[in-house]
Design a protein around this ligand. Structure first.
Ligand code: THU
Length: 139
């Protein structure tokens, strides 16, 4: 876990994720998700899922956090914490992994859990083994 922002920042990101989960707008699925993203400069960004009556315009908690960070000028990240109000930890969907592929290194850490804590942590490269990323276009 050498690229992680460290135990304290991951704990703080988990707290942010839990707070943000309480703001989830998910009237259709009733599945609330919160995310806490740790930037390499230590700044934390939160996100929740925001659903839409079209369904397709729904955005996941993880991408909400990334878009907040990037729109504020931050593009370097060490960890993300994802929480749901369920027993089974929820991994990021493929669209969110693709967003991570744009900005994150293989050892970016993805911690998943619930309101009781983090239960499992993965390196990004374990969840998306052969990402299509910017290097292919810029080659
Ligand atoms: N969702 C997330 O926010 N993150 C995930 O990692 C999985 C799915 C949201 C999208 C939708 O609002 C609800 O969960 C059900 O799919």
């Amino acid at each position: 876990m050498h690229n992680s922002g460290g135990r304290d920042s991951v704990k703080a990101a988990w707290e942010k994720a839990c707070q943000s989960l309480s703001h989830s707008y998910s009237p259709y699925s009733r599945f609330s998700v919160g995310a806490g993203l740790v930037a390499q400069n230590g700044i934390l960004y939160s996100g929740c899922n925001v659903e839409n009556a079209t369904y397709g315009a729904t955005i996941c908690a993880e991408r909400t956090a990334f878009l907040k960070a990037i729109s504020e000028g931050n593009r370097s990240f060490s960890d993300i914490v994802i929480v749901t109000d369920t027993v089974k930890p929820t991994p990021p969907c493929a669209l969110c992994l693709q967003t991570m592929a744009e900005f994150c290194a293989p050892d970016f850490m993805i911690h998943i859990g619930n309101l009781n804590g983090i239960s499992v942590s993965y390196r990004f490269c374990e969840l998306l083994t052969h990402p299509f990323g910017p290097s292919y276009l810029l080659d």
